[in-house]
Design a protein around this ligand. Structure first.
Ligand SMILES: *Cc1c(COP(=O)(O)O)cnc(C)c1O
Length: 458
């Protein structure tokens, strides 16, 4: 595939530091073989996450200067409200400081202790907030979603039959609601079709359950719909987004993804004044007054501009094109990955690339460390290191697949940077036999991957 050239030019640069293999060997050892503990200055190409790491446009930076810092009723708040209402079509929109803050103010308003929330797949913070609200998260992704080798257009979809069965079997009173994550981050940024959303909303209406959209990557999802769902081949991304959201009742959103800001989030409620009042009652003590929601006025301005830029079709084709370009280079080099690639990066199948490393020694993590040693590229494990121990037995839990995630920040890296990453992976593949597994020296009880200390085995 041809690289889709950037639909922008560069007018501000941030220097990167090149380091030697010897320097990186020492740096990663001092970081106890955990990429999260590396100073970012020691990283050349940082593919750890696409969250809050995008490059803002000149319009967004200019927006920071005109942001209105009034405590209540600021101009930037009203600008963001107008843009959000126009894009999503919901009556009520509420800024919050990031995606998990949206989850924190919403889930307790809709959850009775012990009730299930059903999703195409929960993102980890969403899963966490369902649990904190006393609920029980259940993933019901379609079977194609978990088959890394097989091609399917919409691997992020809900298994609608399983959804209906679950509700009937457990009784509707035991269900709090349904969450559709678009794109489906955890299965690799895989898209959800409008057709699937329609079916899910029918089930939600039939049983009188609220349908919540986890909307972090709504714009990338809209482009996939346009490219892969024939009904929408001629539709604008705004039309697709409106239609998608018309099937939901409310949404939570991290603006750090498709709205291309460093910090921010949003809640939307289509048409439920009583629910809005309960959400407001949580926003004020946790996030601050309703018209700033944990953010500065300038942040609201940047989100309003970023939401519109993030829906630009030329930009999105280039953005998703970057993942596809990197994937094509890996394919040519025989490096296995979750196929087709999703919106926000490439999930390399480290389990298949490093078959001599057992899952207990974290192939996804081993590959991430090796990429750092090879070329200063920082990636992260989406595999068995990410899985915490079983809370009851304390036994390690095996992930369904051992991935190394190469998340691509928005508007940040060039084709040549992606070539460095692909070349590094090819070099690691050539000496795959000599790549060691890792064992944990110290770990916390939950979310261990952020702070665990490790060492190479042997
Ligand atoms: C990032 C993300 C969140 C959480 O948002 P934060 O801004 O990191 O708190 C929730 N859901 C999905 C799908 C995400 O990608």
């Amino acid at each position: 595939m041809k690289y889709i050239a950037e639909p922008f030019k560069i007018k501000m640069v941030e220097p990167l530091r090149l380091t030697t293999p010897e320097y990186r060997r020492q740096a990663i050892q001092q970081a106890h073989y955990n990429g999260f503990a590396l100073p970012a200055a020691d990283v050349y190409i940082d593919l750890q996450t696409d969250s809050g790491t995008g490059a803002m446009s000149d319009a967004q930076w200019a927006g920071l200067m005109v942001g209105d810092e009034s405590y209540s009723g600021g101009r930037s708040y009203f600008r963001l409200m107008a843009v959000a209402q126009d894009i999503f079509g919901y009556q009520y929109n509420q800024p919050v400081h990031q995606g998990r803050a949206a989850e924190k103010v919403v889930f307790p308003t809709l959850t009775q202790p012990g009730q299930y929330w059903l999703s195409n797949t929960f993102f980890d913070t969403t899963r966490g907030h369902v649990g904190l609200a006393g609920g029980r998260p259940v993933d019901l992704v379609c079977p194609e979603g978990l088959d890394t080798g097989a091609y399917a257009d919409f691997k992020g979809n809900m298994d609608v039959a399983a959804l209906r069965d679950f509700i009937v079997q457990h009784g509707v009173e035991s269900i709090a609601g349904i969450v559709m994550t678009i794109t489906n981050n955890t299965v690799g940024g895989q898209p959800v079709s409008v057709a699937n959303m329609r079916q899910v909303s029918q089930v939600a209406r039939e049983f009188g359950l609220p349908l919540l959209i986890d909307a972090a990557r709504f714009a990338e999802n809209a482009l996939f719909v346009k490219q892969r769902e024939p009904e929408f081949a001629q539709a604008s991304l705004r039309h697709i987004t409106k239609e998608m959201f018309s099937y939901g009742d409310l949404f939570t959103m991290s603006a750090k993804k498709d709205a291309i800001v460093s910090m921010g989030g949003l809640v939307g409620v289509r048409d439920n004044p009583e629910l809005v009042e309960r959400i407001k009652a949580n926003v004020i003590p946790f996030e601050g007054y309703l018209t700033y929601g944990g953010l500065a006025g300038r942040d609201l301005e940047a989100i309003a501009i970023g939401l519109e830029e993030g829906l630009d079709e030329d930009y999105l084709r280039y953005r998703i094109g970057q993942s596809q370009y990197l994937a094509d280079r890996l394919e040519a080099d025989g490096v296995p990955f979750q196929s087709p690639v999703g919106g926000h990066g490439v999930f390399v199948d480290a389990g298949r690339l490093l078959p001599h490393i057992p899952w207990q020694q974290f192939p996804g993590h081993a590959l991430a460390i090796e990429l750092y040693l090879e070329a200063g590229v920082r990636a992260c494990d989406i595999g068995s290191l990410l899985m915490d121990r079983d809370p009851v037995t304390g036994q390690p839990q095996r992930a369904p697949a051992e991935f190394t995630r190469l998340a691509i920040p928005r508007r940040v890296y060039t084709q040549a940077h992606l070539d460095v990453v692909a070349d590094a992976l090819a070099a690691v593949k050539d000496r795959a036999d000599s790549v060691p597994g890792y064992e944990i020296v110290w770990e916390p009880k939950v979310l261990r991957h952020f702070t665990a200390r490790l060492r190479p085995v042997g």
